[in-house]
Design a protein around this ligand. Structure first.
Ligand SMILES: [Zn+2]
Length: 228
């Protein structure tokens, strides 16, 4: 079945699109962050290696991440459902390891779906979160704005931006993407597997375009949720 990699800068909406595509088509959502946390929770050998890395502040080595993704893709249910990878591969080195791993398991990558959006929009999205200084309610100035600027709807306290949501952090994340992950676009484009979607529009539009780009029938996540 299909193996699709979602590629795109932070703020492009990979997680949101992954969720809607998985809900509509039953793909397994392979998010490395989630898988790493799950391995740690279950106390597997890989999980112990991952938590040792994290505690020392080091990056989880490429071979460990790749082994974890390989394990998940090799599961029967995942093979049958097809999978959508979100957050992996992150570097050309990981992509090369991933190719070898797929080949040895008799699998191949079908498509790379690239979400594109301009930098200003990405920065706006990455800096949109506000948290109430008192009750901790989370708002988003684009998708879930408070009734009054800077004021919590629930308790009237001041809304603040966390350091992780500030512009300097957003620019740093975009720079890391440009340096480490963006080279994957050329890496996969040479193989003719890259399809592009404009991620600057509403999530429903992005979902529909992604379905078309992947050659899937257009199914909305909503319809699937009603069990039809
Ligand atoms: Zn509040």
């Amino acid at each position: 079945m299909a193996i699709v990699v979602l590629l795109g800068p932070p703020g492009a909406g990979k997680g949101t699109l992954a969720e809607s595509l998985c809900a509509a088509f039953g793909f397994a959502h392979i998010s490395t962050g989630d898988i790493l946390r799950e391995e740690i929770r279950q106390g597997t050998e890989l999980g112990r290696r991952v938590s040792a890395c994290m505690e020392s502040g080091a990056l989880v080595p490429d071979d460990v991440v790749t082994a974890i993704v390989a394990g998940r893709l090799g599961q029967d249910t995942v093979r049958q459902a097809g999978s959508l990878l979100d957050g992996f591969p992150r570097t050309v080195r990981q992509a090369e390891l991933f190719d070898r791993m797929l080949a040895s398991g008799g699998m191949a990558l079908d498509r790379v779906l690239l979400l594109e959006a301009d930098r200003d929009l990405l920065v706006r999205r990455l800096t949109a979160r506000r948290v109430c200084s008192q009750c901790r309610t989370v708002f988003n100035v684009i998708f879930q704005p408070p009734g009054r600027d800077g004021v919590c709807d629930r308790c009237g306290a001041e809304l603040r931006q966390r350091p992780d949501d500030m512009e300097a952090t957003a620019l740093e994340r975009l720079a890391v993407y440009e340096e480490q992950t963006a080279p994957l676009v050329a890496f996969y484009a040479r193989r003719g597997v890259v399809v592009r979607v404009d991620a600057g529009r509403a999530r429903e539009v992005v979902h529909r375009d992604a379905c078309v780009a992947l050659g899937l029938g257009v199914l909305s996540a909503e319809r699937d949720g009603k069990g039809s």
